[in-house]
Design a protein around this ligand. Structure first.
Ligand SMILES: C[S@@+](CC[C@H](N)C(=O)[O-])C[C@H]1O[C@@H](n2cnc3c(N)ncnc32)[C@H](O)[C@@H]1O
Length: 355
């Protein structure tokens, strides 16, 4: 019955022919598992939490949430072949759960499922924007819920297609060296505003970028005061290089500190990212961008050898500023040091390093 069984995390699955499966997204799935597991431990240790994996393909995401984070998962895809594949994969892991063959938007209007799920997972091709409202509608009778979504519309969220960004996200996104962060924050802004339409406050548990994919996992809470607080985190921002305004974006934190403290993973790469998130967290609500070293060295014609990230961070701190690594790039950092001072510092350290 099973031809070619693979393992990802603790789940076994068959990557059926013609059904989407991207092995490079293992890290995103491992991180999502660790965040959802930490959430369950913090809010709801013993009660089951129900989740709809609404764009399931092979079922691998939902299977991992069920096997590794103990969620009660149902699965959905509008491809009959994907439904067949996911159903096989459920039985391979002895998971109980329904697998629906439907269009997610049509499914979301089915009153029978309106209050069934505590969490909805959106992993479509391209942008999740058309699916945010239906997902929030499905969750709208809950006091608390989880909305987890993915975006892969890179040219739009990274500012290459400015008009499309205005149309789909109602934001101005410049194409620059930190556009992956701007893209993430524009995506979060869009989701937070859509959540506000349902009187849901929006609290990111973890939001990150990895290999052309943006991922956001947010807790929603029905609360007028919470929504008003959410709205204080939405505004335009100033590009530190051009001094021009862009956005509007989400200017709040990218992570939740308590969730990060609780999160862990058996996946070594995911654990490395969780450590980066923990370091980066403290500056994500005050500095909504990062400095890319190669871009600055090139843009400001800095000569010499590029100093190590740790030596730059050490000097930044010695000069009284704050600084952290960032998960967006191993060659970038987040700091409150003004760009002019940072360029000077990089010039000095590069010359020292080159001599
Ligand atoms: C990017 S893949 C999902 C990948 C999967 N979650 C994983 O981790 O490997 C997107 C899937 O969504 C399905 N899909 C796209 N639009 C849909 C819709 N409107 N309703 C239901 N399924 C949809 C596609 O058939 C495809 O299997």
């Amino acid at each position: 019955m099973f031809k070619h069984v693979l393992k990802e995390g603790s789940a076994s699955f068959e990557p059926c022919e013609g059904i989407f499966y991207n092995p490079y997204m293992r890290l995103s799935r491992s991180l999502s598992v660790s965040i959802l597991r930490a959430y369950k431990h913090l809010v709801n240790k013993d009660e089951p939490l129900t989740l709809l994996d609404a764009f399931t393909a092979t079922g691998i995401r939902g299977l991992r949430y069920a096997v590794e984070a103990d969620y009660q998962v149902d699965f959905l895809d509008f491809s009959a072949k994907a439904v067949e594949c996911a159903s096989k994969n459920l039985s391979l892991n002895s998971i109980k759960g329904q697998v629906f063959d439907d269009d997610f938007v049509a499914f979301s209007t089915n009153e029978g499922f309106k209050s069934k799920y505590d969490a909805v997972e959106l992993d479509p091709f391209g942008s999740p924007v058309p699916f945010l409202w239906p997902a929030l509608y499905m969750l709208s009778s809950k006091k608390r819920a989880i909305l987890s979504f993915t975006a892969t519309d890179g040219p739009v969220l990274c500012g290459v297609q400015g008009d499309a960004a205005k149309k789909y996200y109602q934001s101005h996104i410049p194409h620059n060296s930190f556009c992956h962060e701007t893209g993430l924050r524009v995506l979060m802004k869009k989701a937070a505003l859509t959540a506000a339409e349902f009187n849901f406050a929006f609290k990111p548990l973890a939001s990150f970028y990895y290999r052309h994919q943006w991922k956001v996992i947010a807790e929603l809470e029905k609360s007028h005061e919470g929504v008003m607080e959410t709205l204080t985190h939405i505004s335009t921002a100033e590009d530190p290089f051009t001094k021009k305004h862009y956005g509007p974006i989400w200017t709040g934190p990218l992570f939740d500190e308590e969730i990060l403290a609780k999160a862990s993973s058996d996946d070594k790469q995911a654990e490395k990212y969780l450590n980066l998130f923990r370091e980066e967290y403290s500056l994500t609500s005050s500095i909504p961008y990062h400095y890319s070293l190669p871009a600055i060295i090139h843009g400001f014609s800095i000569k010499g050898n590029m100093p190590s990230l740790s030596s730059i961070l050490k000097t930044i701190k010695e000069k009284g500023y704050r600084g952290t690594k960032t998960h967006f790039s191993p060659q970038a950092l987040r700091t409150n040091m003004p760009i002019s001072d940072f360029v000077e510092l990089l010039r000095e350290l590069s010359i020292d390093n080159g001599s």
